[in-house]
Design a protein around this ligand. Structure first.
Ligand SMILES: O=C(O)CCC(=O)C(=O)O
Ligand SMILES: [Fe+2]
Length: 335
């Protein structure tokens, strides 16, 4: 679990002279990996919520698809039913089964394991290592991140004609790692658009005790937590959201994900993830898409992380269309 010492370590590169509860006007001066360490340090982790360790079946051994088969899979349209679109537009998220083949997900997990090991030397024993922009270096990650199949679902759920890539993130919640704090992404994304969506792709079957992404139901739910003061130093923002959701009796979807199932969440969806109480890393690929034409906000803040890495050269107020933000799907152009 994250301790007080971890919190002070994670926030050591923040400007402590501005200790007001918000105080986020400064720019993020560290890496996006450190951003996630800091962000997880803002979650409430009570001993009484920890629960017993859960046991898992070993991952199935499936023969990996060829690169050609994987590429074909991501060029094939998913049949998205109208109820799923209605659900997303009402609740702010939707979980969809059989979006990716189990063998391809295990293949991606293997590729990311190699990247994690390269990035951190040897695998860290604890915490929440993350990687980003993997599509620029790994051919398997590239097929998933630039997938027309996934981007079409994103465009259909948002009801837009074209989407660009904002970024990809691989998030490895290691055994013993605590909760991801409640938040909604629009609170930290420096994007001046409501048409922003993230697909969260778990790379193993993910039972409840492993920390599946979990959602407060209702696209307007963020309004109930919008007044909770953000704190960059402690878990008071997370605790404030927990209180607001409980006072509003907001229903929570925190069920497991089977292998092949993914979720899509809107930038206003209020979400969290539980601790990983298993002995296996909970690895997920989260890819975020923006409607083509979306712009960088005028004044990015600390909680935006090192966003310039995701859109080099883009100035405040400009459309986000750097070479790292390719158009992935345009209606009428396939898949
Ligand atoms: O994987 C997690 O625990 C958090 C992911 C998340 O918040 C996101 O992808 O928006
Ligand atoms: Fe998020």
């Amino acid at each position: 679990m994250v301790t007080k010492k971890d919190i002070s370590k994670a926030s050591s590169f923040l400007d402590h002279s501005n200790a007001s509860s918000e105080g986020i006007e400064e720019k993020w001066a560290a890496s996006n990996e450190q951003w996630w360490d800091w962000y997880l340090s803002l979650a409430q982790n009570r001993d009484e919520d920890a629960g017993p360790e859960i046991s898992l079946d070993p991952l199935p051994s499936l023969s990996p698809p060829s690169m050609n088969e994987l590429s074909q899979e991501h060029k094939t349209a998913y049949s998205l039913n109208p109820e799923a679109i209605e659900f997303f537009q009402r609740e702010g998220f939707v979980k969809l089964k059989q979006v990716c083949s189990p063998a391809s997900l295990l293949m991606l997990r293997g590729a990311l394991d190699t990247l994690f090991q390269k990035a951190v030397g040897k695998a860290p024993a604890m915490g929440f290592p993350s990687l980003e922009m993997m599509w620029t270096i790994d051919p398997i990650a590239r097929l998933f991140v630039l997938s027309q199949r996934l981007a079409q679902i994103a465009a259909d759920l948002l009801g837009v004609d074209s989407v660009r890539l904002y970024h990809d993130n691989a998030l490895s919640k290691l055994p013993g790692c605590g909760r991801t704090p409640w938040h909604y992404d629009a609170h930290h994304y420096p994007i001046a658009s409501e048409n922003v969506i993230t697909v969260w792709i778990p790379l193993q079957p993910t039972p409840k005790g492993m920390g599946p992404l979990s959602f407060a139901k209702g696209i307007e739910c963020w309004r109930q937590v919008a007044d909770v003061p953000f704190s960059k130093f402690d878990d008071s923002y997370d605790r404030g959201i927990i209180q607001a959701l409980s006072a509003g009796k907001v229903p929570i979807e925190d069920g497991p994900f089977e292998l092949g199932e993914v979720s899509f969440h809107h930038t206003r969806s209020v979400h969290t993830a539980g601790p990983n109480r298993s002995s296996m890393a909970r690895v997920a690929l989260a890819t975020t898409y923006i409607e083509t034409g979306s712009r960088l906000i005028n004044s990015p803040t600390l909680i935006s992380g090192d966003f310039e890495k995701f859109m080099p050269g883009i100035q405040p107020g400009d459309p986000i269309e750097s070479p790292l933000n390719p158009i992935i799907y345009t209606r009428g152009e396939g898949p």
